[in-house]
Ligand binder design. Structure first.
Ligand SMILES: *Cc1c(COP(=O)(O)O)cnc(C)c1O
Length: 443
């Protein structure tokens, strides 16, 4: 190592020390990082491919400066909005897309896709187990005002097999004459089941369409966009649905959700979002379009940064004996990393460490609290520019066994790295990270 490199090493170490990160944690982190260079190259190659895919879609749709301006009022003939929806449809290889700031979040986008494409008497099937917590009230698994259940739409669920495989026999039995829509969640959400790869989603869709060709296959694509070079819509999904304050918003979108898919499915959603007869024709974009376009442009590399953070965290905590899902070496299909600490204190220390490394609100300390839509207390760390944005470095953990933290995001890899190291330090300071860190005297 030449002296320049040593100097750089020393000043970096100092910079980390000023963030409260000890030499031991920093050096342990660097050993892990060194071991991941090949993985990171693979992540970069996927980002490279997806970057070209996004640019090409923007070029083919002739995105112009005028598209970045917004409309007010009814929003008739909103060039930027309509072109952006074309761009999304090109990126996802779908017939149409609905991409709107009036879709308030991911849950809203999913609820919209479901409520607009199901009718009384229809049945909804989840062949991949329990859906994301907030969808329980949408579906009516937990009774709620306005749920699908209240409108006479029934729900059936087939759990994954214990090893994570599809229960094909169970699914065949569950698909009935009333089965109208199948919802497939790509990401694990607040569970420790594996995330589904796009290829596995494709196999499942092929199987289901083989039983009932006219069933609508919807994929909850939250956290999955741009992690692979293909999307579920490339393998037969009729609708892919997600949030713009996750991957596809690239950290810049301040609100919004999308539904990309078959023309009829998207039109149904548009009629429900605005009004029968009006559909996609109304909905002013106000001043938001530049952030939607630029966010989508940044999304492939932002997603790559988040992925590197997830892979890094998996290897870092696995090395200290904590159960992690996915494992340090597994292939990735979303940006979420689960780390099981086994105690509420571990979950809290981790989240407080993530918060302490944030660019915004680093001086506050998150505490567990009740959250609308969730059935346990949840602690959330998010020092984000966009409130609650989980493509930014963030962590949340429901305070319930097995006391796992779900960690995601990082608009830049250096921030993801610093946040994860700071979280590890926070555990070490409380004596919760056994192994190498306690035996050496920190600082
Ligand atoms: C985040 C998420 C949702 C809900 O999105 P919100 O924007 O939080 O409402 C739904 N499904 C999955 C898998 C998610 O990760």
């Amino acid at each position: 190592m030449n002296s320049d490199e040593i100097m750089q090493g020393e000043s970096l170490l100092e910079a980390y020390a000023r963030m409260g990160i000890s030499k031991e944690v920093y050096e342990y982190g660097n050993r892990i990082w060194d071991s991941l260079q090949e993985r990171f190259q693979d992540v970069d190659r996927i980002a490279e491919y997806n970057q070209l895919k996004v640019i090409r879609a923007m070029q083919e749709c002739q995105v112009s400066e005028a598209c970045l301006l917004g409309t007010t009022g009814y929003g008739y003939d909103d060039l930027g909005r309509d072109t952006l929806e074309e761009v999304y449809a090109k990126v996802f290889h779908t017939e149409d897309a609905l991409v709107r700031p009036q879709i308030t979040c991911g849950t809203h986008a999913l609820a919209l896709a479901l409520m607009s494409n199901l009718r009384p008497g229809d049945e909804l099937l989840s062949p991949v187990g329990k859906p994301y917590d907030t969808l329980e009230e949408v579906i009516g698994i937990r009774p709620s005002r306005g749920s699908l259940a209240e409108y006479g739409i029934t729900y059936r669920q087939v759990d994954l097999l214990p090893e994570g495989g599809f229960d094909y026999d169970g699914i065949r039995k569950a698909v009935g004459p009333r089965t109208r829509l199948v919802t497939i969640q790509r990401s694990k959400g607040y569970q420790t089941r594996p995330t589904l790869s796009v290829d596995r989603i494709g196999e499942l869709i092929t199987f289901i369409k083989g039983i009932k060709p006219d069933v609508i296959c919807m994929v909850d694509n939250c956290y999955g966009e741009f992690v692979e070079t293909k999307e579920p819509s490339d393998v037969g999904a009729d609708m892919v649905v997600g949030s713009l304050i996750k991957n596809p918003g690239g950290g810049l979108a301040p609100i919004g959700g999308y539904i990309a898919g078959k023309r009829e499915c998207v039109e149904n959603a548009a009629y429900r979002l605005t009004s029968p007869g009006l559909g996609k024709e109304v909905g002013a974009s106000l001043g938001i379009l530049k952030d939607f376009y630029q966010g989508l442009f940044l999304a492939p590399t932002v997603t790559a940064s988040a992925l590197k953070g997830a892979v890094f965290a998996a290897n870092l905590f696995e090395g200290l004996g904590f159960p992690v899902v996915p494992s340090g070496s597994e292939s990735r299909h979303d940006i979420i990393q689960a780390v099981t600490f086994g105690t509420a204190e571990g979950v809290i220390a981790f989240c407080q460490g993530i918060q302490a490394a944030a660019p915004v609100d680093s001086h506050v300390s998150p505490q567990p609290s009740d959250m609308p839509g969730y059935d346990a207390k949840v602690i959330m760390a998010a020092g984000a520019f966009v409130s609650g944005s989980s493509i930014e470095l963030s962590a949340d953990g429901p305070i319930r066994p097995p006391y796992a933290v779900y960690f995601q995001g990082g608009l830049t890899w250096p921030h993801a790295k610093a946040g994860i190291l700071r979280a590890l330090q926070s555990l070490a300071d409380k004596g919760l990270a056994d192994g190498i860190l306690c035996r050496k005297n920190s600082k």
